[in-house]
Design a protein around this ligand. Structure first.
Ligand SMILES: C[S@@+](CC[C@H](N)C(=O)[O-])C[C@H]1O[C@@H](n2cnc3c(N)ncnc32)[C@H](O)[C@@H]1O
Length: 284
């Protein structure tokens, strides 16, 4: 069967986007042999149709391809991984803008790092601004994935990953190392209180729920803990400057505002291209 007829049949039978089918086909052609790119008949690769069937059950394309695009880079993902989201690119862009404006060197800490998509993107695009980078997460699965991504993306940088709960952050912030220094913290922590119709079906069924859901009242509670922790660390470890960039859920404008004002912290709200508030830049 001609390749074009096979593609037409798949799209008509399963109603999937042609771009997804194209990516699946390329995966198998690449795996089998590059020569297959030249072959007209690919209908014998039965795995293509198996993968297409998974898509119709909301299985994420990124898990089928074992890769997710984030900030123009390709990240390895598997079924244990929260797939990096385009939403988080706003946070990365804000940090890069800030670094380009300040033109100084920072120590970078990423809290809840998982694939390491935030610190690896920052170090890939602007390594000159980051003296040292540490990503922390409580998930051992995350550690395996993050290491793989580091090997693929930024080999020679001082970047390390620690299995650590941020509630014990002070154990790695030594006064001797960070006194009078500039620190940037980035965090995309679980911030969704309840199941929400803004989430897609595949998130509900397939992605790790612990990476997403938290909080009793607003969902912002884990960030409140982190901010309180950073206030104490800044004072106790005599740190000159702590800049914090966090990603929030679309309905947390009010609760974040009242918490930050109560703490008398200055902050900037950063909106995505749809004019939705998704990122906060906070001066601790
Ligand atoms: C929404 S995911 C973010 C993953 C990744 N940074 C991204 O942007 O795609 C939240 C992450 O926070 C981690 N996490 C949850 N509680 C934590 C804690 N107390 N300390 C450190 N990491 C935590 C989870 O394991 C998960 O990897």
């Amino acid at each position: 069967m001609k390749k074009s007829i096979f593609i037409k049949n798949m799209i008509e039978k399963y109603h999937i986007p042609p771009s997804s089918l194209e990516k699946i086909i390329i995966k198998y052609l690449w795996w089998n042999s590059k020569n297959l790119f030249l072959q007209e008949d690919i209908s014998f690769i039965y795995e293509i149709e198996e993968d297409v069937k998974k898509l119709t059950h909301w299985y994420p394309l990124a898990y089928i391809l074992w890769q997710a695009e984030f900030y123009g880079l390709s990240f390895f993902v598997d079924e244990n991984t929260l797939i990096p989201r385009i939403d988080t690119e706003v946070l990365v862009r804000s940090v890069l803008d800030y670094c380009w404006e300040k033109k100084t060197k920072f120590f970078l800490f990423d809290i809840g790092t998982w694939t390491w998509c935030i610190p690896l993107s920052l170090n890939f695009y602007s390594p000159e601004f980051f003296k040292n980078t540490i990503g922390i997460d409580i998930s051992a699965n995350a550690l395996k994935i993050a290491k793989k991504n580091k090997e693929n993306l930024v080999k020679n940088k001082k970047i390390s990953f620690l299995l650590l709960d941020f509630h014990y952050l002070e154990s790695i912030i030594q006064e001797i190392d960070y006194k009078n220094k500039n620190l940037i913290f980035t965090a995309n922590l679980p911030y969704i209180k309840n199941w929400d119709e803004a989430l897609e079906k595949n998130v509900e069924v397939y992605e790790p729920q612990a990476a997403l859901f938290w909080g009793k009242d607003t969902g912002f509670e884990m960030y409140e803990d982190l901010i309180k922790k950073l206030i104490v660390i800044k004072k106790e470890k005599k740190i000159k400057n702590i800049d914090l960039f966090i990603e929030i859920w679309y309905n947390q404008a009010e609760c974040s505002k009242s918490f930050l004002e109560e703490k008398k912290l200055s902050y900037r709200q950063i909106f995505d291209t749809n004019k939705i508030l998704r990122t906060l830049f906070i001066k601790i």
